[in-house]
Design a protein around this ligand. Sequence first.
Ligand code: ADP
Ligand code: MG
Length: 685
Amino acid sequence: MDKDTSVLELKGVGEKTRKLFEKLDIRTLGDLLDHMPRDYEIYGDPVKIAQAAPGTVCAVYAAVTGIPGERRVRSLHILNVTVSDGSGSLQLTFFNMPFLKKVLKQGGYYLFRGTVQSRGSTKFMEQPKLFAYEEYRKQTNRLIPKYALTKGLTNQAVQKAVRQALSACAPEEEYYDRELLDSCSLIPRREAEECIHFPPDRDSLLQARRRLVFDEFFSFLYLLRRNRQMEEGLENRWQMFETADTVRFLEQLPFPLTKAQARVWQEIRDDMGSHACMNRLVQGDVGSGKTILALLALLMTAANGYQGALMAPTEVLAMQHFETVQDYVKRFGACFRPVLLVGSMTAKEKREACGMIASGEANLIIGTHALIQERVQYRSLALVVTDEQHRFGVRQRELLAGKGDCPHILVMSATPIPRTLAIILYGDLHISVVDELPQGRLPIKNCVVNTSYRPTAYKFIAGQVAEGRQAYVICPQVEEGEMDGLENVADYAEKLKGALPAGVQVACLHGKMRPADKNRIMEEFSAHSIDVLVSTTVIEVGINVPNATVMMVENAERFGLAQLHQLRGRVGRGEHQSYCIFVSTREDKETMERLQILNRSNDGFYIASEDLRLRGPGELFGVRQSGEFSFRMGDIYTDAAVLKLASDAIDRLLARDPDLELPEHQALRRHLAENAADTVDFRSI
Ligand code: ADP
Ligand code: MG
């Protein structure tokens, strides 16, 4: 058996389990080993109810004291049980688990594990996990990996499969040379792989994670460096000049550009008219008005008789950009002839769009990565703008660039990155910063609260809806069971329907929906036939619905600050006062201190630098910084030091052996060629 062997070969994995694994994109033993735990959990010793501190996860061993009470709210089944252990009593609530009524016998002792919450002097737990005492004891005080799951697949089943895969696969050769391993204090790759799944203790786990994160950054940065070498000094094949079109467009806009926008627009114009090809990043906080800059550059391209492309990370965002452009054509007579190209279009629609692109009839192409995947032929692609680019990966950017004769590249990013990191991560780009918000925006009002605030929040949302506004509620997961104790979109939406007045339209949105359904829901929300949207973070990128005034984030403690700031950027985009409610299920000092930063400031750069300061290495399984830099494990904030280390290591390596020709670098060369295949084209090495 090796890494390419199908999971079917494992003991205990039949056709049914194979299908479940496939849902998680796990087909081979190698995929299984790459399926990293999302978190680790320690089952602590059980505590007395009187000692169980609200806001913490506890296990209590207690007896059922009354007859379980049942009720229904629409399609939701709710079971209430009171348990007691002599020191105090605890209310338990289970959702959609009617069978527990028969399991939980009056007088029977069980072990319940969950987050303790309190309302007045009453302590309660929602949806605790249930164990037999012996079963729980066996797992106490060990680091238990928590995997991303799917309905029907238990954490234990994944653990078992991973254990088998580890012993079946021969270790890959170590690809770093001794010097690199020593100078960066890295443990061997194989040890890291074993230890990340089955950590003997916390220190080993941190070492393992450090090695894997280093590897991830190393491949990424290596690719960036090579890109930079390639792109440096590329001649400008598409020299352009400003025409009356952009000047007139600016005059027609209902608002003047901010000083920062005007400065960046000047930088872009200079680039496109110069002798070298543009390779520029425009960085600006959410709502700073980057779209206009992209459109100005695209308009200048069209006016010069060339084609431009605008790539968005989601179909929803692409369609929104398309509508904005159509509106400008209608209102201002802008010289755009736009086409949309997204994955969910029919084959015929795509063919038509491609025809218009190939003939040059279309001079602005707006879409998602379908743009590059669908073998599009451009007639004169002179500018590529990518919005929120790092979702695309450098490889895709490169592919698209390869379609034209080295088009100008303009990258828009709302991820506020401290300068030290930007130099490393955007090493291949020139940077412009839009460091000013348009005037007259009302600052968003924020609050950080615990779960007992929910009823008040729902009343507030109902009030806003009654005034004609809309709201978002964000949950960390799509459906029940991916991770314990986190709110999920599906169940939450049901709960919320029960809590809001009957006429309020509530809908769900998440990444696992089909693109066409996502688009439809987003359009309905834009058109205001939906009042409250319960969503995962898929809405975090770029969406513009100015009528939405409330952003409520559940399990806020699970998100990075920069990501929460992005989410907040979805409101406060219009004339109405907007509000952000961050609900934390944890109330420990560090969590509260971290979330309070959002309360204090609306400045993305300040927030990012505070995030960086507060997040020391080690503490950070669980709080994911998704956003544009979606590394699998690494987090540019938490792992900033490792990022720097990898960056320095590459500089040293390339200074000594730019083409990886030395014998001691052959293993690395092979590794990069094989493993970075989906992020970079290494055929040229
Ligand atoms: P982001 O930088 O987050 O992509 P957008 O480009 O979507 O922000 O702009 C947010 C909102 O601000 C849009 O509704 C846009 O029309 C508006 N806007 C952009 N520039 C200005 C400006 N100079 N003055 C007033 N409003 C502006
Ligand atoms: Mg934007």
